[in-house]
Design a binder for this molecule. Structure first.
Ligand code: AMP
Length: 396
């Protein structure tokens, strides 16, 4: 997959109408609709400001929530338009529809330096179905397409990929940052390249492990997925998470890593609990896990070994927590890994979703080189999959 894509710096946007796909999928208070974190809107500002400062007429668009083709008043983007306008210090013209009369009239009248926002793309079922007529109608309002919503580039939707059939397509600054940092880590990493993989299930990470076995020097496994690997090696794992149908796969991966000379590290000790609860007593276990217990976190010896393994790394990619980090007692391993990454001196990349939330919650976010803004997208990136919203952009 080619990550070297043309950006907004590679095109003259002056006087041009630019369709800009943003990620304004902000969290909201369910009752009042109030935006509870404007992080995603703030993150979009550099691209928007660059386009406006350089004379583009910006037609911004985004999805919000999961209306699934229904017009749901609660999921209107109107509050986003208002907030964006406050952040930019200029009017954000809001269209009452997506490709309807209001949007078309407002887009036609839009001047360089002005910005408008279309209504929630997912109010129309054709957005997620990548309907050609819908994509064309979106594209017809503009002359250039800019993709800046990394969280949706793994989806072939009308506004993420479909429109590129009708418009020259460039990456915005957010998408470009994701592509250049993660692309380099996968294609030309500073070595040793260490991947830290955790989270609940082996089955979610199979393609990531397969791809990283070809690229990484060390793979560190933690979290719920480690117990299937340990069971495959003949350990007792008690009541821990087990994917019995993945045992053969787990053995194969361990063998494959050996054959390729990739270090494949599994936990050697654990923090266990008798039940899955925040109040459960944390019980230490080394090697096997007692029959009436489940593994909830990596233990102190594992933390020491894993911290040593990331020390001196050139590049570290992390996806998935080392334990049930939502419960304080079992957040020790995840916290220790976040600290080890922060202190490693390596290029550190944290995938979106739970691991990003963990790093932020534990206060290490500013010591990490890059925290991806896309959970699903960053995982598919690590799988080496072709991302439709990236493949459709013009190559450099
Ligand atoms: P994922 O979405 O695959 O990254 O998995 C994240 C989830 O895995 C989090 O909600 C964690 O609580 C959960 N998890 C991590 N370690 C364990 C474990 N040992 N047992 C059960 N769940 C776990």
């Amino acid at each position: 997959m080619n990550y070297n894509k043309k950006t907004i710096y590679d095109v003259d946007v002056k006087g041009k109408k630019v369709l800009l796909r943003c990620d304004f999928n902000v969290p909201q208070n369910k009752e009042t609709g109030e935006i509870t974190s404007d992080k995603r809107i703030v993150a979009a500002l550099p691209t928007i400001k660059y386009l406006l400062d350089n004379g583009a007429a910006v037609i911004a668009c985004s999805h919000l929530g999961k209306p699934k083709g229904e017009w749901k008043t609660k999921l209107t983007l109107a509050p986003v338009a208002k907030h964006l306008s406050e952040l930019l210090g200029q009017e954000v013209i809001f269209a009452k529809d997506i490709i309807g009369e209001d949007a078309q009239a407002k887009a036609a009248a839009l001047q360089g330096g002005q910005i408008m926002l279309l209504e929630n793309l997912r109010f129309d079922i054709r957005e997620e179905k990548n309907g050609a007529d819908f994509a064309k109608a979106l594209a017809d309002m503009a002359e250039i397409f800019v993709s800046d919503a990394f969280g949706t580039v793994h989806r072939a939707h009308a506004s993420t990929a479909g429109v590129a059939a009708y418009l020259p397509a460039y990456s915005g600054l957010l998408v470009n940052k994701e592509l250049s940092i993660m692309g380099k880590a996968l294609d030309d990493p500073k070595r040793p390249f260490v991947a830290v993989l955790g989270g609940a299930k082996v089955s979610d990470k199979i393609n990531v492990i397969n791809n990283l076995l070809e690229k990484a020097d060390t793979i560190i496994i933690g979290g719920g997925m480690s117990y299937t690997f340990l069971k495959a090696q003949g350990h007792e794992i008690g009541k821990s998470l087990l994917e019995a149908d993945r045992l053969d796969y787990a053995s194969e991966m361990i063998e494959k890593a050996k054959a390729k000379g990739v270090k494949f590290l599994l936990p050697v000790d654990h923090l266990c609990a008798a039940e899955f609860s925040a109040e459960a007593e944390a019980v230490a276990a080394e090697g096997d896990i007692p029959a009436d217990m489940m593994g909830m976190d990596i233990g102190p010896k594992t933390i020491e070994a894993y911290s040593a393994a990331v020390k001196g790394a050139g590049t570290i990619v992390w996806n998935g927590p080392m334990g049930v980090f939502e419960f304080d007692k079992f957040a020790v391993g995840t916290k220790a890994m976040a600290k080890a990454l922060a202190e490693s001196g390596a290029v550190t990349i944290v995938g979106g979703g739970d691991s990003a939330a963990a790093v932020e919650k534990l206060g290490f976010a500013d010591k990490i080189t890059h925290i991806s803004t896309g959970g699903g997208a960053s995982l598919e990136f690590l799988e080496g999959k072709e991302l439709p919203g990236v493949a459709c952009l013009l190559d450099k």
